[in-house]
Design a protein around this ligand. Structure first.
Ligand code: 5IU
Length: 276
Protein backbone atom coordinates (compact mmCIF):
# COMPACT_ATOMS: atom_id res chain seq x y z
CA UNK A 1 0.00 0.00 0.00
CA UNK A 2 1.25 3.45 -0.95
CA UNK A 3 0.95 4.86 2.61
CA UNK A 4 3.23 2.25 4.14
CA UNK A 5 5.84 2.30 1.38
CA UNK A 6 9.01 4.26 2.31
CA UNK A 7 9.79 7.38 0.29
CA UNK A 8 13.03 5.90 -1.00
CA UNK A 9 11.18 2.91 -2.52
CA UNK A 10 8.62 5.27 -4.05
CA UNK A 11 11.41 7.30 -5.71
CA UNK A 12 12.04 4.32 -8.01
CA UNK A 13 8.43 4.42 -9.15
CA UNK A 14 8.16 8.14 -9.88
CA UNK A 15 8.10 9.14 -13.54
CA UNK A 16 8.63 12.88 -13.10
CA UNK A 17 12.33 13.68 -12.51
CA UNK A 18 11.56 16.30 -9.84
CA UNK A 19 9.40 13.79 -7.94
CA UNK A 20 12.31 11.33 -8.00
CA UNK A 21 14.66 13.99 -6.66
CA UNK A 22 12.11 15.10 -4.06
CA UNK A 23 11.44 11.61 -2.69
CA UNK A 24 15.19 10.90 -2.50
CA UNK A 25 15.82 14.23 -0.80
CA UNK A 26 13.04 13.63 1.76
CA UNK A 27 14.55 10.25 2.62
CA UNK A 28 18.14 11.49 2.92
CA UNK A 29 17.26 14.70 4.75
CA UNK A 30 14.60 13.00 6.86
CA UNK A 31 12.15 15.81 6.23
CA UNK A 32 8.55 15.81 5.04
CA UNK A 33 8.12 19.46 5.96
CA UNK A 34 7.31 22.18 3.43
CA UNK A 35 7.41 25.71 4.76
CA UNK A 36 4.91 28.17 3.27
CA UNK A 37 6.87 31.40 2.96
CA UNK A 38 4.01 33.88 2.78
CA UNK A 39 6.16 36.95 3.44
CA UNK A 40 6.20 40.23 1.57
CA UNK A 41 9.83 41.38 1.42
CA UNK A 42 12.91 39.95 -0.25
CA UNK A 43 14.92 40.11 2.97
CA UNK A 44 12.25 38.23 4.93
CA UNK A 45 12.06 35.58 2.21
CA UNK A 46 15.81 35.02 2.14
CA UNK A 47 16.21 35.01 5.91
CA UNK A 48 13.35 32.49 6.23
CA UNK A 49 14.97 30.28 3.58
CA UNK A 50 18.31 30.52 5.39
CA UNK A 51 16.87 29.74 8.82
CA UNK A 52 14.39 26.98 7.92
CA UNK A 53 16.31 25.57 4.93
CA UNK A 54 18.16 22.85 6.86
CA UNK A 55 14.84 21.36 8.04
CA UNK A 56 12.62 21.46 4.93
CA UNK A 57 12.31 19.42 1.74
CA UNK A 58 10.34 22.12 -0.08
CA UNK A 59 10.30 25.91 0.29
CA UNK A 60 6.94 27.16 -1.01
CA UNK A 61 6.67 30.71 -2.28
CA UNK A 62 4.01 33.18 -3.41
CA UNK A 63 6.47 35.29 -5.35
CA UNK A 64 3.80 37.83 -6.40
CA UNK A 65 3.40 39.08 -2.80
CA UNK A 66 7.03 40.22 -2.54
CA UNK A 67 6.89 44.02 -2.71
CA UNK A 68 10.56 44.60 -3.56
CA UNK A 69 10.94 41.72 -6.04
CA UNK A 70 14.00 41.78 -8.30
CA UNK A 71 15.82 39.13 -10.35
CA UNK A 72 18.55 39.23 -7.68
CA UNK A 73 16.06 37.73 -5.20
CA UNK A 74 15.79 34.67 -7.44
CA UNK A 75 19.58 34.32 -7.63
CA UNK A 76 19.76 34.54 -3.82
CA UNK A 77 16.92 32.04 -3.37
CA UNK A 78 18.55 29.54 -5.74
CA UNK A 79 21.84 29.85 -3.86
CA UNK A 80 20.16 29.13 -0.50
CA UNK A 81 18.22 26.22 -2.02
CA UNK A 82 21.47 24.70 -3.23
CA UNK A 83 23.26 25.35 0.06
CA UNK A 84 20.57 23.73 2.22
CA UNK A 85 19.38 21.16 -0.35
CA UNK A 86 15.68 21.88 -0.74
CA UNK A 87 13.37 22.33 -3.75
CA UNK A 88 11.52 25.51 -4.66
CA UNK A 89 7.76 25.41 -5.24
CA UNK A 90 5.89 28.46 -6.53
CA UNK A 91 2.31 28.08 -5.34
CA UNK A 92 0.92 29.90 -8.39
CA UNK A 93 -2.19 27.69 -8.76
CA UNK A 94 -2.32 28.13 -12.52
CA UNK A 95 -5.94 28.01 -13.61
CA UNK A 96 -6.36 29.41 -17.12
CA UNK A 97 -6.31 28.04 -20.66
CA UNK A 98 -3.12 26.33 -21.84
CA UNK A 99 -1.84 29.24 -23.94
CA UNK A 100 -2.25 31.75 -21.12
CA UNK A 101 -0.67 29.58 -18.42
CA UNK A 102 2.33 28.88 -20.66
CA UNK A 103 2.93 32.65 -20.73
CA UNK A 104 2.25 33.13 -17.00
CA UNK A 105 4.74 30.33 -16.32
CA UNK A 106 7.62 31.44 -18.50
CA UNK A 107 7.18 35.21 -19.09
CA UNK A 108 6.66 38.36 -17.05
CA UNK A 109 8.97 39.69 -14.36
CA UNK A 110 8.76 36.55 -12.22
CA UNK A 111 9.77 34.12 -15.00
CA UNK A 112 8.63 31.25 -12.76
CA UNK A 113 9.73 28.38 -15.01
CA UNK A 114 13.34 29.57 -14.90
CA UNK A 115 13.70 28.87 -11.16
CA UNK A 116 10.77 26.98 -9.57
CA UNK A 117 11.35 23.21 -9.53
CA UNK A 118 7.64 22.77 -8.82
CA UNK A 119 4.43 24.73 -9.32
CA UNK A 120 0.82 24.17 -8.30
CA UNK A 121 -2.01 24.02 -10.82
CA UNK A 122 -5.80 23.72 -10.66
CA UNK A 123 -7.34 20.89 -12.66
CA UNK A 124 -10.52 22.91 -13.30
CA UNK A 125 -9.49 24.11 -16.82
CA UNK A 126 -8.90 20.49 -17.90
CA UNK A 127 -5.89 18.81 -19.46
CA UNK A 128 -4.89 21.87 -21.53
CA UNK A 129 -3.56 23.58 -18.42
CA UNK A 130 -0.93 20.83 -18.14
CA UNK A 131 -0.05 20.71 -21.83
CA UNK A 132 0.26 24.52 -21.75
CA UNK A 133 2.69 24.46 -18.82
CA UNK A 134 4.65 21.60 -20.34
CA UNK A 135 4.99 23.40 -23.66
CA UNK A 136 6.81 26.25 -21.87
CA UNK A 137 9.58 24.01 -20.46
CA UNK A 138 10.47 21.42 -23.11
CA UNK A 139 14.10 21.26 -22.01
CA UNK A 140 13.85 21.82 -18.26
CA UNK A 141 13.43 19.35 -15.40
CA UNK A 142 10.22 20.70 -13.90
CA UNK A 143 7.15 19.30 -12.21
CA UNK A 144 3.71 20.30 -10.98
CA UNK A 145 1.27 19.43 -8.21
CA UNK A 146 -2.40 19.31 -9.18
CA UNK A 147 -4.79 20.84 -6.62
CA UNK A 148 -7.64 18.44 -5.99
CA UNK A 149 -8.91 19.41 -2.53
CA UNK A 150 -8.40 22.62 -0.55
CA UNK A 151 -8.09 23.14 3.19
CA UNK A 152 -10.34 26.18 3.48
CA UNK A 153 -13.77 26.15 5.11
CA UNK A 154 -16.63 26.04 2.63
CA UNK A 155 -14.43 25.00 -0.27
CA UNK A 156 -16.21 23.34 -3.16
CA UNK A 157 -13.95 20.30 -3.30
CA UNK A 158 -15.23 18.30 -0.35
CA UNK A 159 -17.25 15.10 -0.13
CA UNK A 160 -17.43 15.16 3.63
CA UNK A 161 -21.14 15.94 3.93
CA UNK A 162 -22.60 13.15 1.88
CA UNK A 163 -26.33 12.61 2.34
CA UNK A 164 -28.99 11.54 -0.13
CA UNK A 165 -30.02 15.13 -0.67
CA UNK A 166 -26.48 16.11 -1.60
CA UNK A 167 -25.89 13.05 -3.74
CA UNK A 168 -25.41 15.14 -6.86
CA UNK A 169 -22.75 17.20 -5.09
CA UNK A 170 -21.00 14.01 -4.03
CA UNK A 171 -21.15 12.60 -7.56
CA UNK A 172 -19.65 15.74 -9.03
CA UNK A 173 -16.90 15.62 -6.39
CA UNK A 174 -16.13 12.03 -7.38
CA UNK A 175 -15.94 13.14 -11.02
CA UNK A 176 -13.50 15.94 -10.18
CA UNK A 177 -11.20 13.55 -8.31
CA UNK A 178 -11.38 10.87 -11.01
CA UNK A 179 -10.87 13.33 -13.86
CA UNK A 180 -7.97 15.01 -12.03
CA UNK A 181 -6.28 11.67 -11.44
CA UNK A 182 -6.77 10.82 -15.13
CA UNK A 183 -4.88 14.01 -16.00
CA UNK A 184 -2.08 12.91 -13.61
CA UNK A 185 -1.86 9.52 -15.26
CA UNK A 186 -1.78 11.06 -18.74
CA UNK A 187 1.16 13.33 -17.89
CA UNK A 188 3.43 11.29 -15.64
CA UNK A 189 6.48 13.10 -17.04
CA UNK A 190 5.27 16.44 -15.65
CA UNK A 191 2.97 15.70 -12.70
CA UNK A 192 4.93 15.16 -9.48
CA UNK A 193 1.93 14.86 -7.19
CA UNK A 194 -1.33 16.26 -5.92
CA UNK A 195 -2.51 18.69 -3.25
CA UNK A 196 -5.38 17.19 -1.28
CA UNK A 197 -6.82 16.59 2.17
CA UNK A 198 -7.89 12.91 2.00
CA UNK A 199 -6.18 9.54 1.87
CA UNK A 200 -6.72 7.07 -0.99
CA UNK A 201 -6.81 9.72 -3.73
CA UNK A 202 -3.17 8.92 -4.50
CA UNK A 203 -2.88 5.24 -5.47
CA UNK A 204 0.27 5.54 -7.57
CA UNK A 205 3.34 5.34 -5.27
CA UNK A 206 5.28 7.55 -7.70
CA UNK A 207 3.00 10.52 -6.97
CA UNK A 208 3.54 12.67 -3.87
CA UNK A 209 0.67 13.98 -1.69
CA UNK A 210 1.12 17.52 -0.38
CA UNK A 211 -1.29 18.67 2.31
CA UNK A 212 -1.62 22.21 3.77
CA UNK A 213 -3.49 23.13 6.95
CA UNK A 214 -1.13 21.98 9.72
CA UNK A 215 -0.64 23.57 13.12
CA UNK A 216 0.43 22.44 16.57
CA UNK A 217 -1.40 25.34 18.22
CA UNK A 218 -4.44 26.48 16.21
CA UNK A 219 -7.62 24.92 14.83
CA UNK A 220 -8.37 27.73 12.36
CA UNK A 221 -7.59 31.35 11.52
CA UNK A 222 -11.06 32.71 12.22
CA UNK A 223 -12.95 34.45 9.39
CA UNK A 224 -10.16 33.82 6.86
CA UNK A 225 -11.28 30.17 6.63
CA UNK A 226 -8.10 28.16 7.06
CA UNK A 227 -8.66 24.82 8.89
CA UNK A 228 -5.77 23.19 10.76
CA UNK A 229 -4.99 19.62 11.78
CA UNK A 230 -2.26 18.02 13.87
CA UNK A 231 0.79 16.30 12.30
CA UNK A 232 -0.65 12.93 13.41
CA UNK A 233 -3.97 13.62 11.68
CA UNK A 234 -2.42 15.03 8.50
CA UNK A 235 0.10 12.19 7.96
CA UNK A 236 -1.82 9.21 9.35
CA UNK A 237 -5.50 9.90 8.67
CA UNK A 238 -5.30 12.27 5.74
CA UNK A 239 -2.47 10.54 3.89
CA UNK A 240 -0.06 13.47 3.51
CA UNK A 241 3.47 12.70 2.38
CA UNK A 242 4.52 16.33 2.77
CA UNK A 243 2.86 18.70 5.24
CA UNK A 244 2.75 22.43 4.51
CA UNK A 245 3.31 24.72 7.51
CA UNK A 246 3.08 28.48 7.11
CA UNK A 247 2.26 30.72 10.04
CA UNK A 248 3.02 27.94 12.55
CA UNK A 249 6.64 28.62 11.61
CA UNK A 250 6.74 32.11 10.08
CA UNK A 251 4.88 33.74 12.98
CA UNK A 252 6.53 31.74 15.76
CA UNK A 253 8.67 33.65 18.26
CA UNK A 254 11.55 31.44 17.19
CA UNK A 255 11.03 30.20 13.59
CA UNK A 256 14.16 28.00 13.67
CA UNK A 257 13.00 26.18 16.76
CA UNK A 258 9.48 25.88 15.30
CA UNK A 259 10.85 24.43 12.03
CA UNK A 260 12.90 21.90 14.01
CA UNK A 261 9.87 20.93 16.08
CA UNK A 262 7.53 20.54 13.07
CA UNK A 263 10.18 18.57 11.15
CA UNK A 264 10.77 16.18 14.06
CA UNK A 265 7.06 15.63 14.78
CA UNK A 266 6.06 15.17 11.13
CA UNK A 267 8.96 12.79 10.45
CA UNK A 268 8.17 10.71 13.54
CA UNK A 269 4.58 10.22 12.34
CA UNK A 270 5.81 9.22 8.86
CA UNK A 271 8.16 6.64 10.45
CA UNK A 272 5.27 5.28 12.48
CA UNK A 273 3.15 5.08 9.30
CA UNK A 274 5.69 3.12 7.28
CA UNK A 275 6.37 0.72 10.13
CA UNK A 276 2.67 -0.02 10.70
N1 5IU B 1 -2.68 26.48 0.85
C1 5IU B 1 -3.60 26.22 1.83
N2 5IU B 1 -4.68 25.41 1.55
C2 5IU B 1 -4.88 24.83 0.35
C3 5IU B 1 -3.91 25.11 -0.67
C4 5IU B 1 -2.84 25.93 -0.39
O1 5IU B 1 -3.48 26.68 2.96
O2 5IU B 1 -5.83 24.09 0.16
I1 5IU B 1 -4.18 24.26 -2.49
C5 5IU B 1 -1.49 27.33 1.08
C6 5IU B 1 -1.77 28.74 1.49
C7 5IU B 1 -0.59 29.09 2.34
C8 5IU B 1 -0.23 27.77 3.02
O3 5IU B 1 0.49 29.47 1.52
O4 5IU B 1 -0.69 26.75 2.15
C9 5IU B 1 -0.80 27.56 4.42
O5 5IU B 1 -0.37 28.56 5.30
P1 5IU B 1 -0.72 28.55 6.88
O6 5IU B 1 -0.07 27.30 7.47
O7 5IU B 1 -0.13 29.84 7.38
O8 5IU B 1 -2.22 28.53 7.02
Amino acid sequence: HVLTLPFIARADQAANPVAVKLLQLMASKQSNLCVAADVTSASQLISLAESTGPYVCVFKTHIDIVEDFSPQLIQDLLAVAQKHNFLLMEDRKFSDIGHTVSLQYSKGIHNISSWADLVTVHSVPGEGVITGLKSAVPNLQRGCFIVIEMSSAGNLTTSSYITLSTLSKWLSYECVVTASMEICEKHPDFVAGVVCQSPNIVQNPGLVQLTPGVSLDCLNDGPLGQQYHSPEDIIMSRGADIAVVGRGITQATDPIQAAQEYRAKLWAVYEKRVSS
